[in-house]
Ligand binder design. Sequence first.
Ligand code: AMP
Length: 381
Amino acid sequence: MKSSAAFLPGSTIGVMGSGQLGRMLALAARRMGYRIHTFSPEKDTPTGQVADLEISAAYGDESAVRAFARGVDVLTFEFENVPVQSVGWAAEHCVVRPSGRVLHVCQHRLREKEFLKEAGLPLPEFELVESLADLRAAVGRLGMPSVLKTAAFGYDGKGQRKLTKESDLSEVWSGFGGQSAVLEAWVPFEREISVLVARSAAGEIAAYPVCENVHANHVLDFTLVPARISGEEAHLALELAQRAAEALDLVGLLAVEMFLLSDGRVLINELAPRPHNSGHFSFDACVTSQFEQQLRAVCGLPLGATDLMRPAAMANLLGDLWAGGEPDWAAAAALPSVKIHLYGKAEARPGRKMGHLVALGRSLEEAAEQVREARRRLAQS
Ligand code: AMP
């Protein structure tokens, strides 16, 4: 087992998962002179394309996980659904940050909600549902509309159904195939916001400005920073994110997705103990990106400044954009304050996150206008 003093440039970072979050972590790590290894079941991945080493094996392959962990100094994640048992194997050979306990909480919706409740953090009302009878009882208590979500492995609105007075509960429940689920009260939110917060091994905390998120079909579409909310609302959101990171005893990065209500209350929707799509703006717009911050936190370095250099807007690029052929990159690049990020994915399937755009502006309105215009130009090929 290697020592857990600071891992300085030249050390090797292992990342479990191989998507765009790992790719941008790898880019930040390489810039600072670290080596990066990635582990996932896939090949020629967004992370693997820019890593020193890409291992393709199942997360449950004990000998592959142990060999991978032996080859790195510190292991982190860009994907939280790595089996906790595999994290335990890795932890026998290298430092693992965040810990398996943090992953265990965040990879299961019910555990996460119970953790938040116990920590005294505000969240929508919820009920565990394990049968049709439970579902009927939970609907009786939480009312309609409400949202039924699978307890495990859900993201981007996958495994979710909104229930309304018209819903046939027995049909909805059979669609869940007997998996445990959580029924959540409907939140008539005014805005969706998120806060990224980093916490070092020494307990130092650094939070990013609050992001305002706009979703389309349950998937993040736009992020605007700073969020158009009052100073008090921002203060509350930042405080909740900090408390969540402390309650988890996190070492690393945490994204806290929240609902802002019209009466100024803030409820926590979801936690992700890794970089987050809503934090992509930070790559171009902050002194320290969320990816460099994750690296600093897991390596035991002091955290970097999170200041926003200019108002920023981010737009996701989903595979749907390729329906009419290759997007017109030159037309978007003609807007000089727009940054194009592409993840190196060969196949542009509908709904698949292929890349994103970030625009910086003198005002938030200007940034938002520029990023919308850039995405509109891409679609005109
Ligand atoms: P999730 O996968 O839980 O983050 O949900 C995806 C999106 O569905 C959220 O970003 C919201 O736009 C919407 N949503 C989820 N839960 C609720 C809720 N309880 N009330 C209202 N909208 C919700």
